[in-house]
Design a protein around this ligand. Sequence first.
Ligand code: AMP
Ligand code: MG
Length: 406
Amino acid sequence: MPESSYAMLAVDDALRLVLTHAPRLTPTRLPLRALSGRVLAEEIVSTEAIPPFAAAAKDGYAVLAADGPGWRRLAGEQLAGYVSNVQVTSGSVVRITTGSPLPPGADAVVMVEQTQERDGLVEIQTAVSPLADVRPVGMDLAVGQRVLTAGQRLGPAEIGLLASLGHEAALVFPAPRVAVLSTGDELREPGDPLGPGQIRDSNRFSLMAAVQEAGGEPLDLGVARDRPGELEARVREGLQAADTLVTSGGVSMGQLDLLKPLLAMQGAVHFGRVNMKPGKPLTFATLAGKPVFALPGFPVSSLVAFELFVRPALLQMQGRADLTRPEVTVRLAHLVHHDPQRWEFVRAVVRRVGDDLVAATTGSQSSGRLLSMVGANALLRLPPGAGEMPPGAAATALWLGNDFLH
Ligand code: AMP
Ligand code: MG
């Protein structure tokens, strides 16, 4: 059997090489609406106090605390959003709504539930201390406070904070644009009828979804036929438009597996084989400084290779610090056969049983069987060895983390 001329790399070494060649993208300023999930590339210090004025925390009456309970004259009304020309003096109160500026003279708010109002008079039914139900200036945020740091991932709270401080945009690492190309003469679009020997392109759609799930922006490059000129044109097109390129198919040992020689001619191939199953022919190159992932064609191989290599690269490019999935130790629910020579990544469903995490595999692990990935919440990472593990054996699982363990 002819052997590939590419050295077989260990999974960890291959990942290290990928990360060396997938640097962070240049930060860019994006508007609030485009910030969800992005990583901040600057420090944010508050230049305003929140609240900016002493504000009522309840609907009720602004009072002078020292007046205590009793009947008072209603001197006027203060609503949120402007400053009315009213004042609280001893013996009078002002009707006030939540978020309104406290009128001059008042030092506390009595909530409406502890009052009654009749004929221009208000009965205050409780004693309050000064500042009761008042949010003083800067109570939630003081001027000069460091509120967000570079490297922090922006979610709803962080974005709200930016808005509340008057930022319309922030400097962040952008979403990597990822061109996705399928290769193969046999591939048809999902909506097209199949001729003899043809199958539907599924990789492009699963990989574009995986790109999105990893925070990237997929660019659809379509399907390239197995012709050197066509492949070369698509690869060039992809790299012009995107930060990185992901292809599938055309990296095994067939005579129309044209990707490796093309990438070697156009750039530098860093590895062309990885000691893993599925996904052994995974190929990684850089062309004009941009990372190119030539994933194997089988649908499961391409997705597992994406998970182990492309996803960490995309996370690093967008400034994320945690690049790999959390690992958990699981117990096998049944006998598991695995590859004695290569690290095998077995799709599994992990459930909590008492204090244990128990993993059942998803059935046949054939690399063409996408059903083996459907519903999987973990990848068991099984080392080479005896080739089978008994029920109850401990194994390491990469937690894919879509659903909480239950
Ligand atoms: P290859 O490495 O190009 O020989 O592809 C390996 C296997 O994966 C073959 O059975 C291909 O038909 C299949 N394959 C390649 N690309 C795709 C794709 N985009 N969608 C579904 N199957 C594919
Ligand atoms: Mg092919």
